[in-house]
Design a protein around this ligand. Structure first.
Ligand SMILES: [Zn+2]
Length: 704
C-alpha cells in the first residue's frame, strides 16, 4: 500500500476526534425554519462528519467549482419524495425481479450477467441508498460492493473473471468512488490503486476497444479522483494513455459530419459493423457521455480549447439533432430534428452526468440550465409516475406507445413502450443514477476549501489558495447542506417549489459569523430576476451568470431569489413552437389509454394509445407569448411530475389541424409553420412535459 493511502485510511477517525463537526447539530433548525416542515436532519441528530474536499492536485488544472463530498447535500421537499418514489419503485427492487442484477449476477460471484448491468445498477443504487439513508437499499448495494472489493485478482483485475472488457469496470469505478465518499471505506482506494497499476501495464497489449474506447473520459474521472487523493504520478500516465487510445471526440465535433438522421445502412448494421467506429461515433449514449470529454481532459491538458469544446459539442448536437425537451435525438443513433424521433433513457442520464461535471469544471451557467431542462423534463417524462416502468426511447411528439418499428433509426419495435426492459435492458440497469446524482449536484464549492485540515493530514496536497471557499447554488431543488468552510460548520437550507414556482429561499447558518461568497446561478431565461438578503434588495443579477453575494453571514440570514417565469416560445423543426416556463417545457397531454401487454415479474410492459385528438396548432403571438397564455398554479405536493398533481398548467388558444395525422403510431413531421386552419378556436391546457406520457410538444403555429 502506498504511504499516501495509509494516511488516508486514518483520516476519518482523526477528523471525528477533532470534534469540529458537531457544531451544526446544536442549531435550532425547527425554530429557525418553521415553514420547512420536517427537517431532513432533526436538530437532535449529530451532523454527519464533514469529509474533506479534494481539489485538483498539481499539475492538474483547477476547476471552477468542486462537488461537495457525498453526504453533504440532503434532498428535501419534492426532491426527497421523488427519490423515495424511485426507491419504492424499480430501483429499490430491481434485483428481486430481474435476473441480470439478481443473486446470480457475475458481480456477486455468480454465473449470470457479468458485463455492464451490475455496475450500472450500483452507479445509481449507491447514491440513492445513502442519500435516503435507507438501510434496506444500503444492504443491497453493499453485497455487490463487498464482492468487488473482496475478490480482486492477484494481478489487480476486478470484476467477473469471465470477461476482461475494460468498459464495465469503468462503470464500477464510478460506483466505488461514490461509495467511498459516502462511507469512507478504507478498502476502496487500495483496490482502485492496484487495478489502475494493472491496467496501465496491460493497455500496451490490450488497448481500449469498442465501448471503452468511446467512453474513456468516464474512466478519466475516476483516475483523477484517485490522483487527487494519492498523488501517485503513474495515474497521470494512465490518464494520458486513456486519452491516446480513446476516441477523438473533439476532432469529431471540430468538423461535425453527422448532421443527418443516421440509418442502419449508413452504419452498415446489417453487415455486422455495429461496433465499428462509424456506428459507435454516431451512437446516442456515447455522445451523451462524450459531452464531458473536453472539460475533463482539460484538467490534464490545461488547454482552454479543451475546456470550451463542450460548448461547441452541445451547439452542434442542438443544431442538427436538438429536440425541445433539451435532448438530442438518438434512437439509437443520431436521428435529426424531427420531434417524432426519440431519445434513449441511458442518454438522458449520461448527458446529465456529463453536464454535472462540465458545470463543475467550467462554472458556465448555461450547462446548469440544460441540466435542469433534462432533469425536470426528459428524465421524469420517460418513467411512469411510480417509477416501476420506463421507456427506451421517448419522443417530444409522442402520440402512441405501441409496437412499431417506425420511426427509430436502428432500434426495435418495443422502444417506446413503458416496461421492464423495452428494446434492450441497458436503460433498465442504468437509469437509477439520474435523480441521485442531480441531487448531489445542487450545491457546489468555489475557491479553496478545508486547506488546514486537509493539508495537515495530507502534506502533499496542492491547489489554488486564491480566494476563500464559498458555496454555489448550481441547480435548484429543495435540500439542506451541511459542510465546513474554512473550519466553520455551515448549514444551508433551500426551500422552494422550483421548478414549478418562481421563488427560491436559502437560509444560511454558519456555526459562528463567517465571511464567504454565495454564488447563485441565474438562468438565461430569468430576465428580471431579483435577489434580497434579509429583505434588502441586492444588485440586480444578469441572466446567464452567477450572482455573487459576499458578506459576513450570521445564523438565520435569508436570501430570497425570484426568477420571473413568464411563458415563452422556442422554435424547432419546421419552425414549430414549444412553450416553456422557467426550466419546464410544456406539452399538450393527449388522453391516455394504458393497455397491459404482459406482466414482467413485479412490474409489467404497457402500451399507451391516444384517447383524444392531438393535432393542434397553437394561436399565440410569438412576439409576446405571455399575453396569450394563462398560468394556473396549484399546490406543489405529491407527484409534481404527474398529470394528476401537476402544480402548474397553461391555457392557450388552439385550432385543430386535420391534415396533421399519425401513421403507424407516429405523428407525421410537424407541418411547416405558420399553418392555416378552418377549425374553430378552442382553449387547450398544457401540462409539464414529464406529466404527459402521450404528448405534443412541438406545435405548428396557427396563422390566425
Ligand atoms: Zn439504454
Amino acid at each position: 500500500m502506498p504511504s499516501s493511502l495509509k494516511l488516508f485510511s486514518t483520516r476519518r477517525h482523526f477528523l471525528g476526534g477533532l470534534g469540529l463537526f458537531g457544531l451544526a447539530s446544536s442549531l435550532p433548525i425547527g425554530r429557525l425554519f418553521p415553514s420547512f416542515g420536517t427537517p431532513v436532519l432533526a436538530a437532535s441528530q449529530t451532523a454527519p462528519e464533514a469529509a474533506p474536499v479534494f481539489r485538483n492536485r498539481a499539475p492538474l488544472a483547477g476547476s471552477a467549482f468542486y462537488f461537495l463530498p457525498l453526504g453533504s447535500i440532503h434532498p428535501g421537499g419534492w426532491l426527497k419524495e421523488q427519490l423515495r418514489t424511485q426507491a419504492n419503485g424499480l430501483s429499490g427492487h430491481l434485483d428481486e425481479t430481474w435476473a441480470d442484477v439478481g443473486p446470480n449476477s457475475g458481480w456477486l460471484g455468480g454465473s449470470g450477467e457479468s458485463w455492464e448491468r451490475g455496475p450500472y445498477f450500483l452507479d445509481g443504487l449507491v447514491p440513492l441508498a445513502w442519500l435516503l439513508d435507507d438501510a434496506r437499499l444500503k444492504a443491497k448495494a453493499q453485497k455487490y460492493i463487498d464482492w468487488t472489493l473482496d475478490h480482486q485478482a492477484s494481478n489487480g483485475m476486478i470484476g467477473p473473471s469471465s470477461n476482461d472488457d475494460w468498459w464495465p469496470r469503468i462503470v464500477m469505478l464510478k460506483a466505488l468512488t461514490q461509495y467511498q465518499e459516502f462511507t469512507g471505506d478504507s478498502r476502496v482506494l487500495p483496490v482502485m490503486d492496484k487495478y489502475f497499476r494493472y491496467q496501465l501495464g496491460e493497455m500496451a497489449t490490450r488497448p481500449l476497444r469498442d465501448w471503452a474506447k468511446f467512453r474513456w473520459q468516464d474512466e478519466l474521472l475516476s483516475v483523477i479522483w484517485l490522483y487527487n487523493r494519492t498523488g501517485s504520478s503513474y495515474l497521470l500516465d494512465l490518464a494520458r494513455l486513456l486519452n491516446k487510445q480513446g476516441y477523438d471526440w473533439q476532432g469529431q465535433y471540430a468538423d461535425f459530419k453527422y448532421t443527418e438522421r443516421i440509418t442502419a445502412e449508413y452504419i452498415r448494421l446489417e453487415k455486422g459493423e455495429g461496433l465499428k467506429d462509424l456506428a459507435l461515433a454516431t451512437h446516442g449514449v456515447n455522445n451523451g457521455q462524450a459531452v464531458k470529454t473536453g472539460p475533463v481532459w482539460s484538467l490534464v491538458s490545461g488547454s482552454d480549447a479543451d475546456r470550451s469544446a463542450v460548448l461547441r459539442m452541445i451547439s452542434e448536437l442542438n443544431k442538427y439533432h436538438g429536440l425541445p425537451n433539451g435532448m438530442f435525438s438518438c434512437d439509437e443513433h443520431l436521428a435529426g430534428l424531427d420531434p417524432s424521433q426519440g431519445s434513449e433513457l441511458c442518454t438522458v442520464v449520461e448527458y446529465m452526468f456529463s453536464l454535472e461535471h462540465a458545470l463543475a469544471i467550467l462554472g458556465n451557467p448555461a450547462l446548469g440550465d440544460r441540466l435542469e431542462q433534462l432533469a425536470f423534463n426528459a428524465l421524469p417524462g420517460t418513467l411512469t409516475d411510480d417509477m416501476w416502468a420506463h421507456q427506451y426511447n421517448q419522443e417530444p411528439n409522442q402520440v402512441e406507445c405501441s409496437l412499431h418499428r417506425k420511426p427509430w433509426t436502428t432500434d426495435g419495435p418495443e422502444s417506446n413502450l413503458y416496461g421492464l426492459e423495452p428494446n434492450f435492458g441497458c436503460c433498465t440497469a442504468n437509469f437509477h443514477q439520474g435523480w441521485p446524482k442531480f441531487a448531489a449536484s445542487l450545491f457546489m464549492l468555489s475557491g479553496a476549501q478545508n486547506t488546514t485540515e486537509h493539508d495537515s493530514l495530507h502534506p502533499g496536497a496542492q491547489g489554488s489558495r486564491a480566494g476563500g471557499p464559498g458555496l454555489v447554488a448550481a441547480v435548484y431543488a429543495p435540500c439542506e447542506v451541511r459542510t465546513v468552510l474554512g473550519g466553520t460548520a455551515v448549514h444551508v437550507v433551500e426551500e422552494t417549489g422550483y421548478p414549478f414556482r418562481e421563488t427560491v429561499r436559502i437560509t444560511v447558518n454558519p456555526a459562528s459569523p463567517l465571511s464567504f461568497p454565495l454564488q447563485l446561478r441565474i438562468p438565461a431565461w430569468a430576465k428580471g430576476a431579483t435577489i434580497t438578503v434579509n429583505g434588502q434588495a441586492a444588485p440586480t443579477p444578469e441572466p446567464a451568470s452567477f450572482a455573487r453575494i459576499e458578506r459576513t453571514w450570521k445564523a438565520g440570514d435569508r436570501v430570497e431569489i425570484k426568477f420571473p417565469m413568464a411563458p415563452r416560445i422556442s422554435r424547432w423543426f419546421h419552425d414549430s413552437i414549444a412553450v416553456e416556463r422557467g426550466p419546464l417545457v410544456f406539452s399538450y397531454g393527449i388522453g391516455e389509454s394504458w393497455v397491459k401487454l404482459c406482466d414482467r415479474g413485479m412490474t409489467a410492459d404497457w402500451q399507451v394509445f391516444p384517447a383524444t385528438a392531438w393535432n393542434y396548432a397553437l394561436s399565440v403571438d410569438p412576439a409576446s407569448p405571455a399575453k396569450s397564455i394563462a398560468v394556473t398554479e396549484t399546490e406543489v405536493g405529491e407527484g409534481p411530475f404527474t398529470s394528476r398533481h401537476a402544480p402548474v398548467r397553461l391555457s392557450v388558444k388552439a385550432r385543430k389541424l386535420n391534415e396533421w395525422r399519425a401513421e403507424d403510431g407516429v405523428a407525421n413531421p410537424v407541418p411547416q409553420s405558420p399553418v392555416a386552419s378552418d377549425q374553430a378556436e378552442e382553449t387547450i391546457t398544457l401540462i409539464p412535459y414529464a406529466a404527459a406520457k402521450l404528448r405534443i410538444t412541438a406545435f405548428p403555429l396557427s396563422k390566425t
